[in-house]
Design a protein around this ligand. Structure first.
Ligand SMILES: Nc1ncnc2c1ncn2[C@@H]1O[C@H](COP(=O)(O)OP(=O)(O)OP(=O)(O)O)[C@@H](O)[C@H]1O
Length: 296
C-alpha cells in the first residue's frame, strides 16, 4: 500500500443541533484522483475543512502527510484547497491572486498559470470583485492547477462555469496530473462529467462513509434489470436491491453484485433485459435507498 496522504479515523463533528460528521474513517493515497461525493448537506465540506485545518473535529483523528495539519506549516503549504465562492481582498486584481499564490505554493508553475489564464480568457488586471461568477471559478481552477500542490482539493469549483470551460478544466487536470502526479480530490455534483477522471470514489451520506471503492471495482458491480415482476423478483431474491420501480406488470430493479460484471451476465442468462449503471445513477440509488427499496 502506498503512503497515505490523508488519513482520517473515527472523525466526528457535532454542532448544537446537528451531527455533521459521524464516525468517518478513510485513507487517500499518494498520486490518485479521488471523487468525494454525496448529496447536499451530508458533511463533505465539513470533512474537507477538518483535513485542511480550518475546523477542529469534535473527536477523531486527522493526519495529512502523516502529521496533524493543525498549525503545521510544513503540511499546509502542500495543500491547495479551492472552494466555491472563495473570497479575496476587495482591492485584489487577478494578477494579485496569482502573485500571492506563487508565494504560497512551493511547486507553483508561473508559465503554466499564464497559459491557463489565456485559455480561460481571464483579464489579468481586472479587480476580482468585478469578475463574473464563472470567471471567479476560473481563477480558482487556475490556482488549483498551477499550484501543483501534492494535495489539491477542488470543492465544487464550477459555479457559473460553462460546459466548454468545465471540459477545459477536466482535460487540463488529467493532462497535468499525468505529467505531475499528485493527490487530487474532486467534490462535485456533476458526477457523470468527472467519472472518467476518478480513480477512487468515496461517498458520504448523512455524515457517514457509505461507499469507499476503486472506480474500476465499481464498473459492472451493479446493473438494472427489467422484466415481468415475478421473474425480476425471483432474480433479485437474496441480492442487494438499491432501487426498485414497478410499472404496469413489470419491474425495473437496480441490483448490486460482485465486481466484474457477473451480475449482468447472470441476469441475461435468466432472460431479463439489463442495462449498465453509471456512477451517477449508482450514487443516486445508494443515497436514496431507504425510501425507494422497501416498497417491493
Ligand atoms: N457552522 C455550522 N453550524 C451548524 N451546522 C452546520 C455548520 N456547518 C455545517 N453545518 C451543518 O452540517 C451539515 C453538513 O454540512 P456540509 O457543509 O459539510 O455539507 P456538504 O456535504 O458539504 O453539502 P454541499 O454539497 O451542499 O456543499 C449540514 O447539515 C449543515 O447544515
Amino acid at each position: 500500500m502506498s503512503q497515505a496522504v490523508v488519513e482520517v479515523r473515527h472523525l466526528c463533528k457535532s454542532y448544537t443541533d446537528v451531527t455533521a460528521v459521524n464516525d468517518v474513517s478513510f485513507r487517500m493515497e499518494e498520486n490518485r484522483i479521488y471523487g468525494f461525493l454525496g448529496r447536499n448537506g451530508v458533511g463533505k465540506t465539513t470533512i474537507m475543512h477538518m483535513i485542511t485545518a480550518q475546523l477542529f473535529p469534535t473527536s477523531g483523528e486527522v493526519k495529512v502527510f502523516g502529521q496533524s495539519p493543525y498549525e503545521n506549516e510544513a503540511v499546509l503549504r502542500n495543500i491547495c484547497f479551492i472552494k466555491e465562492g472563495q473570497r479575496y481582498p476587495d482591492y485584489f486584481t487577478v494578477k494579485d491572486v496569482l502573485d500571492v499564490a506563487s508565494t504560497i505554493f512551493p511547486n507553483w508553475d508561473a508559465a503554466y498559470a499564464n497559459e491557463l489564464m489565456e485559455e480561460f480568457r481571464l483579464p489579468r488586471k481586472r479587480i476580482v470583485k468585478k469578475l463574473s461568477r464563472g470567471m471567479l471559478s476560473s481563477v480558482g481552477i487556475v490556482v488549483g492547477l498551477a499550484s501543483r500542490a501534492p494535495l489539491t482539493i477542488f470543492d465544487e469549483p464550477y459555479l457559473g462555469l460553462d460546459a466548454v470551460a468545465r471540459e477545459m478544466f477536466y482535460d487540463h487536470l488529467i493532462e497535468d496530473y499525468t505529467r505531475y502526479p499528485r493527490t487530487v480530490v474532486l467534490s462535485t455534483h456533476l458526477i457523470d462529467e468527472v467519472s472518467r477522471l476518478l480513480e477512487h470514489v468515496i461517498v458520504i451520506d448523512q455524515g457517514r462513509v457509505i461507499l469507499d471503492a476503486e472506480s474500476e471495482e465499481l464498473r459492472g458491480c451493479a446493473c438494472t434489470v427489467v422484466g415481468p415482476a415475478d421473474k425480476v423478483e425471483a432474480f433479485v431474491q437474496g441480492k442487494r436491491v438499491i432501487r426498485r420501480e414497478p410499472f404496469a406488470s413489470m419491474i425495473s430493479a437496480t441490483v448490486m453484485g460482485e465486481t466484474g460484471g457477473a451480475i449482468q451476465q447472470e441476469a441475461e442468462q435468466a432472460g431479463l433485459k439489463t442495462s449498465a449503471v453509471s456512477l451517477q445513477d449508482l450514487i443516486v440509488s445508494l443515497t436514496r435507498v431507504e425510501k425507494a427499496v422497501n416498497r417491493g
